[in-house]
Design a protein around this ligand. Sequence first.
Ligand code: EPZ
Length: 420
Amino acid sequence: MDKIMIHGGSKLKGEVTISGSKNSALPILFATLLTDDPVVIKNVPSLDDVRTTLLFLNFMEKETVKRGNAIEVYSSDNRTYKHIAPYDLVKKMRASILVMGPLLARLKKADVSLPGGCAIGARPIDIHLEAFKKLGAEISVEGGYVKTFAKSGLRGTIINFRFPSVGATENVMLTAVLAEGETTIINAACEPEIEDLAVVLNKMGAKVTGAGTKNIVIEGVNKLHGFKHEIIPDRIEAATYIIAAAITKGEIILRKVIPQHLKSINDKLRKSGLYIKELDNTIYVKWVKNLYPQSIKTGVYPGFPTDVQAQWMALMCLVNGRSSIKENVFENRFLHVAELRRFGADISVGGRVVNIKGVKKFSGAPVMVSDIRAGAALVLAGLAACGTTTLSRIYHLDRGYEMFEKKLKELGADVRRFCD
Ligand code: EPZ
């Protein structure tokens, strides 16, 4: 199995180019199922989750061609339009549930294997299914599959989310664009990835307004056509590198970012004492003095993202003083606490709150990755630690960080991947 070895202590210096957003690329790739026309999607990150999604499209008899960081998607001439998404594909990636929307929209039926939970939580799909029911689909669960069937077609309606689920917002958008009449989502997710998906759907001929706000209105149309699009930069990857500069007391420039997408994180980092300057699609970060502890509460966008919580925890563990983290989005997103303690972190957990007492230094240790962002936090801890850190189960990292070691090496980190 692949592992990563880090010899800590290097201050990161130099430039890093941020890749396209994983969490924007996935729904947009699934959106290609809504048309038989060719599409071209640029700035697609080379990640395992993207490769899994391309396997999905191939299973649905879409031909996919990778040209650099662009993906071209074509429909096979005699497509049979499968409506089933098999377990062996779905189990690789929870976001596979996003295949349900396009299949329901075009075929009026979809059988998708239940995605199952993951390390950070049970990850239910009740909000998705409630919405499909309101749009006119019958739902049943048989043999580990969620089966949906809209025998009288899909009709637009008002859908009020009990929680602004990102995936459920995307799934409803992917369905309602071909439903009859108007659909309004109340309490929709506002993440930038939702806006990026809406831009794509409107390029396809859909009529989506309000994306990025709590209320999204989708007027159904009969047919959608091809599109060309460039995926927005990955704000979570960018935040990870900014925190890497802070934790190693370094100085880096990030290229191809959208600073507005990082506002909640950069506001907290500035309050902590990090120097940050934003210029168009560039961010300059420099550690200039010992940081002050800053407590955070994660929340939906534009709040502090849950996907940066673990990285923030690693940073606060090495800042003198006390801070706390409240995780408001997922019920079990503290698996990195035990691993950070192996470096010497002083953290206590009480339900959805952790209390941190900063320590002077970390000592490198062998640690295990439990999910994408926990893995990123352990990499940051290893970069700052004295001595050697070895990370196992790094396949989680390969799902969400493109060329992670290569980019870190170019910033001066002593990091290498090996197989043992
Ligand atoms: C998306 O997951 C992201 N994944 C996650 O990023 C991210 O952490 C999450 O949004 C929150 O921002 C992708 O975009 C592919 P949710 P998603 O539906 O859509 C509960 C990463 O590291 N919920 O907004 O699954 C759920 O259990 C990943 O890149 C229900 O209860 O997130 C969770 O507690 C990790 N019922 C909360 O809502 C539902 O039907 C947020 O989930 C759906 C969700």
